[in-house]
Ligand binder design. Sequence first.
Ligand code: GDG
Length: 469
Amino acid sequence: MPEQTASELVVVANRLPVQRNGGQWETSPGGLVSALLPILQRERGVWVGWPGSGDAPEGAFEHDGFTNVPVELSASEIDDYYEGFSNSSLWPLYHDACQPPRFHRRWWHSYVAVNKRFAEAACSVASEGARILVQDYHLQLVPGMIRELRPDVRIGFFLHIPFPPTELFSQLPWRRQIVEGLLGADVVGFQTRRGAQNFMRLVTRFTDHRAQGSRVKVGTRAVQARAFPISIDTARFERLCADPAIIARSRDIRREAGEGRSIFLGVDRLDYTKGIDIRLRSLQELLSSGKRTIHDTVLIQVSVPSREFVTEYVELRSRVEELVGQINGQFGEVGSAPVHYLRRNLPIEELVAHYMAADVMLVTPLRDGMNLVAKEYVACRPDNTGVLVLSEFTGAANELDRAVLVNPHDIDGMAAAFAEAASMPRDEQSRRMRSMRSRVRRRTVYDWADEFVGALDEPRQKTLTGVLA
Ligand code: GDG
């Protein structure tokens, strides 16, 4: 292990922020990684995570100015901790149980064992008084485990997905352990105020700790539970939008999709929380009503393959592909289909060209922690045109309230909203888009990182005020 790994800043996440490209490691693209990279590089930080299946070095390795510490998972841990407890128990439960969550004791035991391994790996590289930033639902026991091993460190935890209401969370057989695990942190961060409030109610219900406002007294410590809405690297998207090659590509997409047609766009991981199937049924309804036809409307649906070994994802893929086939069969003509379905991950330049080509962006998850696609679309509309149709049940809807907000369960309501979006006058598009763009510019992912790490740096005495009174 490199010598400098006794670090003052340690990030712990399920995955390492690097991936293999041929023989070389490269930094994975994405907002979280780019937000944390400058702090990691400045403080010679360490990132602890699973390298994914494949050939990873056995020990720590340097890349891009920080140290990667791999945590290995066995094949049965990938099944039980990752695909099982994380993605088949917690993921659906935290997303309003929009698929029934499945609970198995074997999965839970694996979750505990893997969380322990991550906690030990983090402690082994953290210097005296270090700050440790733990990310997301895979690792909710890690703060409590680190606290036991290393009372000297400051621990922040951030949940990227929604935190569910009491009635739903209470289904979890290990609910008290999860709440206590999170309370090992000094700061527990959520995407929304609602998430933080849900957590505080659970603390009162399932523990003996005293909760007041956004603080919980745990022994002699005070834990802060607050919203830190995540955002995007807005400047990066603005730079991409100004690239002549990407501008030219967006014109090509417009031409290929059919001049004169309104281009609707969906971009999602192929996940049942994203509401892709109901979105397609709403389009089908709209075309059936005759208010829009294939001569004036086309949908490009980009669906990135995801969790392909989990049963519910296999079923969703079949459902979506059947619907695409049905709609194209019902309304298509030779040379013209109403839905273009791209099941692949696009290069970022191609993604931005699609955002720039789209007249209407459809973001209709049944539940979503934030949804960065909505913010990225807004960042990629420099001329203030375009309409965002956005589910009320996303974290992004709190900030992007000038979108056309929809209930993603309501097929008729969504069909009406799609029609409204496609015929919205330019001046109204512009008023709404201007307001949303100023929100996305004002608060970027760098502000998120500063606020989250800043909250951890608050003097301990200050955070005790109020709850110890
Ligand atoms: C979780 C929470 C929360 C998508 N397709 C392509 C592509 N993407 C990129 C987008 C965006 C990201 O993936 C997706 O982020 P979302 O926020 O929309 O959704 P999740 O993956 O579910 O993320 C979510 C987020 O964490 C952050 O806290 O907002 O609520 O569920 O950045 O651009 N990127 C490329 N090609 C694609 O085809 N290059």
